[in-house]
Design a protein around this ligand. Structure first.
Ligand code: 3PG
Length: 311
């Protein structure tokens, strides 16, 4: 008698695994495309503040149009919601600009190797600011993460301090973003997709004045003309691609947050970095020394050990 129930339970478990697998595959694929176009754009047009702003603008526009045309249902928000979102948006903005500045200075693979140390920052921030304690195995797993990243950094052929610091700042900022957004999403009726949309809109508002102050229209006009003449008119599509794919991969990752635990999410995020590191090394023919690759492998292995220890 119990068989049909078991079969149904097994069926729905398989169904949810397939769904999560589909989320992950889509998230990683969109992320790889974003990283490739983002770097192609930055190589030809080195204005990371503007390109980060355009990514947020594209996402905001896509979602405002989707709400207006009722392709997606607009969220019901109040002032309290936006107030709680403010620290999340601030951290998201800082983390996003810092990562983009980093990628404008160093190879995409190097930025992501340093960003694979995010779990180590998560532990440190949770301990220092939230007074959380972890089992010894968690602290031990930080050794290969930090050691691997350090090995990769000192053997990086095109090391650049701004590139390195940008990725480090992005790590700290995104840890805070994740802590604040977990609190902000809890008990709220806003879906992952709409939550990320509101986050983009608020981040765009925060970032725009700084982008104009740091870079500004005069620099962009000169850079834009140069990029168009170096690459050709299709350069515009590269900018569109980096902007739209940035929104899409983040939207999918926030949608998957609804379905999975933060731990599964962080494992997924680390595996995402492997696909980005490998594909960008191939596409941009990034020179990698064996010891440099070994550092990356140790760091990534460390993040897996970390996820096991946290379980
Ligand atoms: C950005 O531009 O925000 C970063 O590339 C994002 O990094 P992530 O891989 O942590 O989303």
């Amino acid at each position: 008698k119990s068989q049909p129930i078991d079969a149904t339970a097994a069926g729905s478990e398989v169904g949810s695994k397939v769904k999560i697998g589909a989320y992950f595959a889509t998230w990683w694929a969109l992320n790889v495309v974003f990283n490739i176009y983002n770097k192609k754009v930055l190589n030809a047009f080195p204005y990371p503040w503007l390109t980060s702003t355009l990514s947020l603008a594209a996402g905001s526009l896509i979602m405002l149009v989707s709400w207006a045309t009722r392709i997606a249902e607009a969220p019901k928000t109040d002032l309290e919601f936006w107030k709680t979102l403010l620290p999340v948006a601030l951290a998201h903005t800082i983390g996003h600009v810092a990562a983009t500045v980093s990628m404008s200075k160093v190879a995409v693979s190097f930025t992501h190797i340093i960003k694979s140390a995010e779990p180590a920052f998560s532990v440190l921030v949770s301990k220092i600011f939230l007074g959380e304690t972890f089992p010894a195995a968690v602290y031990l797993s930080l050794l290969p993460i930090i050691g691997g990243c350090a090995l990769s950094a000192v053997t990086e052929l095109n090391f650049n301090m701004i590139g390195f610091m940008g990725a480090m700042i992005s790590n700290v900022a995104f840890v805070f973003r994740n802590i604040f957004s977990k609190k902000g999403m809890k008990g709220k009726s806003v879906s992952g997709m709409n939550y990320y949309a509101c986050l983009s809109i608020l981040s765009l508002a925060l970032l725009t004045p700084f982008t104009i102050a740091v870079e500004g229209p005069q620099m962009w006009a000169v850079g834009w003309q140069k990029a168009l003449s170096d690459i050709g008119p299709h350069f515009v599509w590269w900018v569109v691609a980096q902007s739209v794919f940035y929104h899409l991969y983040n939207q999918v990752s926030y949608m998957s947050l609804n379905e999975i635990s933060p731990l599964t999410f962080s494992i997924g995020n680390t595996m995402k970095r492997i696909s980005v590191i490998v594909s960008s090394i191939i596409i941009f023919r990034t020179p990698v020394q064996p010891v440099n690759a070994m550092g990356a492998a140790i760091a990534i292995l460390g993040t897996f050990l970390y996820s096991q220890a946290k379980q």
